[in-house]
Ligand binder design. Structure first.
Ligand code: CTP
Length: 415
């Protein structure tokens, strides 16, 4: 990123308030980082602790970290009066993480005898519950029934994950990671008030890998970052998002349906499967134009010196985005070019049936492959190119979604 033209840090939660409810579990240390991540994303975080949580994490830790208030003791005469009511009212989401079995039971039964459960009773905001406990505890019918009850009432249940447990061994019951906790709060806010509620957006990411043999492939340098950023931005605005990607599921993808694929043909198939009823396809993936004519079943051995190397025969892949034809689906393509950016990108709009195209010059070092920023031009068939400044890819995603929403072909719905 150049010093003169730094991209602003994305703040997807700017103007939002999140109340973080922390209950008693050794995993409460993760809620400290979740609070930090939520504030980094632009939110103001209030924190409520159960008495047990306050024994694991000194309230001073949160007081030093968050801009909001920290509620610890319902009877503290120095705390603002009716603090739980104020914290509940101003919340755009309440995230209970970690949620112990007891706190889950209290939430399900409407018992408000500590700052966490009382604040949960005092809020209309979406409730995200992130369970954390031993796997036998988690499997108890009582715990499951309480979670079902909360889910039926509209709560978002985030996790738990499988992994190492404080009780020893490994199993289902681990609190999800801070990045996922913050993502769960973002997703819940989007699903509740986001402008893309009720919409379905398919996003592709990463470079396809066309196998030569079991260990080698024809591929490219795409990191998948641009597609992931579009998917996150759409998730944050409340859309149902299917991310078709050649990369491992990205950290912080809570609320995004991830469909892993390898080749262009697999990507085409995954998009077709998701396309019915979808509103838009944002094709950020770098699809290999050619694939090996044949894939060897076992590893190819090096040719001996006398035969002088090897020739790989390639056949053309389908143009994936051009081949997808679903009613009401608006298609957005990307054009990564090194020369004649505008002319080359514009030529692809009609050829591929696109609503618009996102063109970027991949010869710049602060834009394009592998980096977190991008400098793109949004182009449709006839209008003036919209040149965006250097932006974080998340904010490029936001700009793409804005353009989609104002496109004449964007299906109008009352949601
Ligand atoms: N694309 C696709 N299927 C392909 C090739 C590209 O769906 N077989 C999509 C890309 O995901 C991107 C857009 O088409 O959204 C443009 O990709 P690009 O590689 O720039 O265009 P190509 O059609 O491959 O043209 P060229 O490589 O000659 O520039």
């Amino acid at each position: 990123m150049s010093q003169a033209d730094p991209a602003p840090i994305p703040r997807p939660l700017r103007g939002r308030r999140v109340t973080l409810g922390v209950s008693g579990s050794i995993s409460a240390y993760k809620s400290v980082e979740a609070a930090r991540r939520l504030e980094d994303a632009g939110a103001i975080v209030d924190v409520a602790l159960t008495p047990a949580a306050a024994r694991f994490i000194p309230p001073l830790t949160f007081r030093s970290l968050v801009q909001g208030e920290v509620a610890v003791d319902l009877w503290d005469p120095s705390a603002p009066a009716e603090q739980h009511v104020a914290m509940g009212r101003r919340a755009d989401a309440m995230l209970v993480a970690p949620a112990s079995a007891t706190t889950i039971a209290n939430l399900a039964q409407g018992i408000g005898d500590n700052p966490v459960t009382l604040t949960a009773l005092a809020t209309d905001a979406p409730l995200v519950v992130a369970p954390a406990m031993d796997s036998v505890m988690y499997g108890q019918p009582s715990v499951q029934a309480n979670l079902e009850l909360l889910k039926a009432r509209g709560a978002f249940i985030a996790g738990p994950a499988t992994g190492r447990l404080a009780s020893g061994g490994s199993g289902l019951g681990r609190l999800i990671e801070p990045v996922e906790l913050a993502a769960a709060a973002r997703s819940a806010i989007g699903r509740t008030v986001g402008v893309l509620r009720g919409r379905h957006i398919i996003v592709t990411a990463g470079g396809t890998r066309e196998p030569i043999d079991p260990v080698r492939y024809v591929g490219n340098h795409s990191s998948g970052k641009m597609g992931v950023a579009v998917a996150e931005a759409a998730r944050d605005q409340g859309a149902a998002v299917t991310l078709v990607t050649t990369q491992p599921p990205p950290a912080g993808s809570y609320g995004i349906v991830v469909r892993p694929v390898g080749t262009a043909l697999e990507m085409q198939e995954a998009i077709r499967n998701a396309a019915r009823g979808a509103d838009a396809l944002v094709m950020a993936a770098a699809v290999a134009d050619y694939r090996p004519a044949e894939t060897a079943e076992s590893k190819l051995k090096k040719q001996d010196a006398e035969t002088g190397g090897m020739t790989l025969e390639l056949v053309e892949n389908p143009d994936v985005i051009a081949s997808i034809d679903a009613p009401h689906l608006l298609k957005v393509g990307f054009a990564a070019e090194t020369d004649d950016l505008i002319a080359n990108a514009r030529a692809k709009i009609e050829k591929k049936g696109l609503a618009f195209i996102v063109a970027n010059d991949v010869s710049q070092s602060d834009a394009g492959f592998q980096v977190d920023t991008n400098r793109v031009v949004l182009l449709d068939e006839s209008g003036e190119p919209e040149r965006l400044p250097l932006l974080h890819k998340y904010d490029v995603g936001v700009a793409i979604l804005e353009r989609l929403k104002s496109h004449p072909g964007w299906p109008q719905r009352t949601s």
